[in-house]
Ligand binder design. Structure first.
Ligand code: HMS
Length: 243
């Protein structure tokens, strides 16, 4: 069942060590088949070099394993909440990438400071509230998903426009329309977190990117008038004038 999706999710997981986003087994990628209501996720705690496509575990939207020889990722309940609450998500990534974790541990958003950020994230990447003792002691991983959803609701953020979050005292979750795009967004998060650290170290000035530059760069790559790269090249003229 879902052999193509297993391969896709396996390949996306294998990108994490290649892109320097995971140490040891500290990360996972999943991908969903919305028609079937099933998602595929990495097994828990298996070295990346030992993983195969067949090891991927199939889970339903109640978080129950429906196929697979191994235990699914320990973060499966978090992925389950996100797939249920954010219906446009096609893939989810969790990592402990160091720059992202540094901001999560400091309890700081990754602010939109320039065009590298604005090309992917149409706002600051938010840091969530800390989970309470009760939330950690009962259904911890499910509550991790719930705190992410709460953060987006409270801040009025669209998960398609800001495809990542920092869970406070924990680390980044990123997502996208496919597992590969979710990995891409996880890597962008890591790169902009490092840039943020350096920029904020260099000045005390308010260096937040202005809304018009955020608009320009985000909409160069997203929406009906996107013109970056080779897609929609004919819309270039319009895109310079409107969102
Ligand atoms: O945060 C943790 C463990 O504390 C997990 O996200 C990470 O190690 C990945 O775990 P899995 O191998 O996916 O179960």
């Amino acid at each position: 069942m879902l052999e193509d999706l297993k391969k896709e999710v396996y390949e996306a997981n294998m990108q994490l060590p290649k892109l320097g986003l995971v140490t040891f087994t500290w990360g996972n990628v999943s991908g969903i088949d919305r028609e079937k209501g099933l998602f595929v996720i990495k097994p828990s705690g298996v070295d990346y070099e030992d993983l195969t496509s067949d090891d991927m575990v199939v889970v339903n939207l109640k978080g129950e394993v429906v196929e697979g020889k191994m235990n699914p990722s320990s973060d499966t309940p978090t992925h389950t909440v996100l797939y249920n609450e954010f219906p446009t998500l096609g893939g989810i990534v969790h990592t402990h990438s160091p720059w992202g974790v540094a901001f999560a541990e400091a309890g700081m958003d990754i602010q939109a400071l320039g065009t590298t950020h604005a090309d992917t994230f149409y706002d600051d990447v938010p840091v969530s509230d800390a989970l309470t003792k009760e939330e950690i002691e009962s259904a911890y991983e499910e509550n991790t998903g719930k705190v992410i959803v709460r953060t987006f609701k409270e801040r009025g953020l669209d998960p398609d426009a800001v495809p990542a979050v920092l869970v406070r005292q924990h680390g980044p979750f990123a997502w996208g329309p496919t597992p590969a795009k979710a990995v891409y967004n996880a890597k962008v998060l890591e790169v902009v977190a490092e840039m943020n650290y350096h920029a904020l170290t260099l000045t005390y000035d308010n260096i937040h990117v202005p809304q018009f530059l955020l608009d320009k760069h985000y909409y160069r790559k997203h929406g009906k008038n996107a013109y970056y790269g080779q897609n929609n090249a004919k819309s270039k003229d319009r895109a310079t004038h409107e969102k």
